[in-house]
Design a protein around this ligand. Structure first.
Ligand code: ATP
Length: 339
């Protein structure tokens, strides 16, 4: 029997509804052409939900998440300020233990790439500097606890080495064990131990600050980069800028049984409501979902259609130097899908 994939869809805030609407049109077109078995279930989450229900992820939305196999998520705006509730992506990562954040970066046609980078960043998503253990001790002092566990390190390195085996067989660990001797020291120890199980993969380590520098000057020396939560977050934005901007950067948050796919960018309030956001990051995130579901043919077709759309450059969005609209890109991608 063919599995019916139930996908929870969060449109999100700011440019979220715009980029997700284009992505949903692409999903519907692919569903028809490639006879995929994907059913979408929309739910409310984010700042809009917070204003309506007093929480960014109300109970009815949580129920829909539990009833789905995975999530397609648009960007959601998080409240700032100590004591405010966790952001939606953090809540969902915790609910389903989505410990691996995967972000591919590669040259795309007409993208204003600064360097020739073709790398995959594997970011640990469940602990490290983003463990959520922060305290205001007094008006003058705040403390944060950074958590590194051997089990989480082993799991993320397994993902990184597994992905490197299918790519150029090289993994670089980004760390700062010379300063953070207990936490990053444990990370490095586990990494070097685990590397012995993958003799065909070259395992390297680099201090995160040096890596940020060499990523620009020697991008070709990287393939898979694995990093703790905060480092991974920062170098992902650097990598996105290097390959053409946040409008093109996709991501997957993977657990053992559940997954969430989302563009790397935020809600971009500066361009929200104008219909000019680039939907490619969101559409490429859906492509990653197709691979995860086991639809390699449809994923390949979608990637070709995106590449063709960008290469032809008929209606690119302003971030890529054009004057096209969000929906134009989605429609072009659909018309370029191999029949
Ligand atoms: P948030 O607080 O939700 O993270 P932000 O504005 O701090 O929002 P981003 O939304 O990631 O951060 O946007 C950073 C910049 O990148 C913005 O100036 C925005 O115009 C640009 N940008 C982000 N996403 C896109 C996109 N899909 N298309 C075009 N430009 C984008």
């Amino acid at each position: 029997m063919i599995k019916l994939w139930k996908v929870a869809v969060i449109e999100g805030d700011g440019i979220g509804p715009e980029v997700i609407s284009s992505t949903v049109k692409v999903i519907n077109a692919l569903n028809e052409t490639y006879k995929l078995s994907i059913e979408l279930e929309f739910l409310e989450a984010g700042l809009g939900a917070y204003k309506k229900y007093g929480t960014n992820l109300p109970k009815q939305s949580q129920d829909k998440l539990f009833g789905a196999d995975c999530v397609l998520k648009g960007p959601t705006t998080s409240l700032e300020g100590f004591g405010t509730e966790l952001g939606v992506p953090v809540k969902i990562r915790k609910m389903f233990n989505l410990y691996a954040n995967i972000r591919p970066f590669k040259p795309l046609p007409r993208a204003s790439s600064l360097v020739n980078l073709d790398a995959l960043i594997v970011r640990e998503n469940s602990e490290g500097s983003y463990s959520g253990l922060e305290y205001r001790v007094s008006d003058q002092i705040a403390l944060g606890i950074r958590v590194t566990t051997r089990s989480a390190a082993e799991k993320i390195f397994k993902v990184a080495f597994g992905m490197a085996e299918k790519r150029k067989k090289k993994v670089t660990l980004a760390h700062k064990a010379n300063v953070l001797k207990a936490t990053d020291g444990l990370y490095k120890e586990v990494f070097l131990n685990q590397a012995r199980q993958y003799p065909e993969v070259l395992a390297e380590e680099a201090h995160i600050d040096a890596l940020a520098h060499w990523l620009i000057l020697r991008p070709e020396s990287y393939d898979v980069i694995v990093a703790e939560n905060l480092y991974g977050d920062i170098i992902s934005d650097e990598a996105a800028a290097l390959v053409g901007g946040l409008g093109l950067a996709a991501s997957a948050n993977l657990g053992d049984k559940y997954a969430m796919f989302e563009p790397v960018h935020g809600s971009a309030p500066d361009i929200a409501g104008k219909g000019i956001a680039n939907p490619v990051a969101a559409i490429l995130s859906f492509k990653m979902m197709l691979e995860w579901m086991g639809y390699p043919e449809a994923a390949h077709a979608l990637e070709s259609a995106i590449n063709q759309t960008l290469a032809e450059g008929k209606k690119l969005t302003p971030d890529m130097g054009g004057s096209g609209k969000t929906e134009d890109i989605g429609n072009e991608v659909i018309s370029n899908l191999p029949k």
